[in-house]
Design a protein around this ligand. Structure first.
Ligand code: SAH
Length: 346
């Protein structure tokens, strides 16, 4: 723990400016400190060389700068990197860097554990311990950007909120982190390069549309049959496909942006012709594309990826209906860095 001092990164730029005015200094000091904390990523008041020694001492007495620390670093044979990062209160979350030919993508966590209960996901076993703060999400991105430059000689190009946690159950902090990632005083990244992935929380999808966010939305659908979806994602009893559909129609009417559906095909779960037809029908509600993702086993043997013939049937049916579909191969499996495998094994 960090004692009684306040984390300075919890203050907005306005609050920082007000603070300096309140101690008889100039408001622009607040902007200077804000830049040190965010765009320059400083972790110590002593770095802030454009402030007087007295002022730095005053900040040291009153504030701390909480920041994440890479606790464990792993590099996969395919170049994927996984960081287990320690938070100020010793909780650990994981984030991943996925390099491909044309992009380097950061996959970041939004919660310690997860609020939801998808039975095929390792993170769901951890339960939700707490939400990440905006700076803790931001720091994961900064860390991965540095690693991308160091190990792959190029900056980060994309960010996906597909690490641990349900981003829409930590709505405010996730949006605040994206605000900092995209602002010029932060990393200045385009929101078009950011995708938030949700298991499907209808109320919050509508809120995203009302808040006119500019990033992309992905929904982990996995089944377009209510009964099946409830079996594998029990929370879907309260967040039904019907409500999900309505929220996605609302999202599209407000944003005009396509949705991506993530979909895993499992043996004996969603590998029947009816499952394929249900997905095709669901895909007709709003413009979308489907990303079929490879299942990464999580030790309990309850789930098995369907055969490639079934996956081909899915692709054929979707393409036949002019629905774009891609198949995503998993990366970083040898270090448990692939989707659904993030569970702090270390
Ligand atoms: N809670 C959010 C983001 C985290 S999960 C969401 O559900 O979208 C990121 C993606 O990994 C989701 O599509 C999720 O369904 C998928 N996933 C979970 N467990 C998996 C596993 N064992 N193998 C492959 N993908 C998995």
């Amino acid at each position: 723990m960090t004692g009684q001092k306040k984390d300075i990164r919890a203050l907005s730029k306005e609050e920082l400016r007000d603070f300096f005015v309140s101690i008889g200094d100039k408001a622009f000091r607040g902007t200077q400190v804000y830049e040190w904390l965010w765009s320059k990523g400083s972790h110590s008041f002593d770095d802030m060389t454009n402030l007087s020694k007295e002022l730095r001492a005053h900040l040291n007495e009153n504030f701390v700068i909480n920041h994440i620390k890479v606790d464990h670093f792993q590099k996969s044979s395919d170049g994927t990197i996984k960081n287990a990062v320690k938070l100020f209160d010793d909780f650990v979350v994981e984030s991943v860097l996925i390099p491909t030919k044309n992009r380097t993508t950061a996959c970041v966590s939004s919660q310690v554990g997860c609020s939801l209960d998808c039975s095929f996901c390792a993170t769901a076993r951890l339960k939700r311990m707490r939400n990440l703060n905006p700076d803790e999400i931001y720091d994961q991105v900064v860390t991965i950007d540095r690693e991308s430059r160091l190990y792959h000689n190029k900056p980060l190009s994309n960010i996906v909120f597909m690490g641990m946690g349900e981003p829409l159950m930590n709505y405010k902090n996730v949006l605040e982190s994206i605000e900092k990632i995209t602002s010029d005083e932060g990393l200045g990244m385009s929101p078009k390069r950011i995708t938030v992935s949700t298991s499907g929380v209808p109320k919050m999808i509508k809120k995203l549309a009302d808040d006119e966010v500019k990033f992309n939305l992905a929904v982990s659908l996995h089944s377009a049959v209510q009964e099946t979806r409830e079996q594998i994602m029990p929370f879907a009893k309260s967040f039904t496909l019907e409500d999900l559909r309505e929220s996605l129609e609302y999202w599209y009417s407000k944003t005009n942006r396509k949705i991506t559906y993530e979909y895993i095909v499992w043996k004996d779960i969603n590998d029947k012709w009816e499952d394929i037809q249900a997905l095709v029908a669901f895909c007709k509600y709003v413009p979308c594309k489907v990303n079929i993702i490879e299942y990464n086993p999580i030790d309990d043997g309850n789930f098995q990826q369907a055969s490639s013939t079934v996956i081909d049937d899915y692709i054929e049916a979707l393409e036949h209906n002019y629905i774009p579909v891609t198949v995503r191969r998993s990366r970083g499996k040898d270090i448990d860095a692939a989707c659904g495998q993030l569970a702090n094994k270390q």
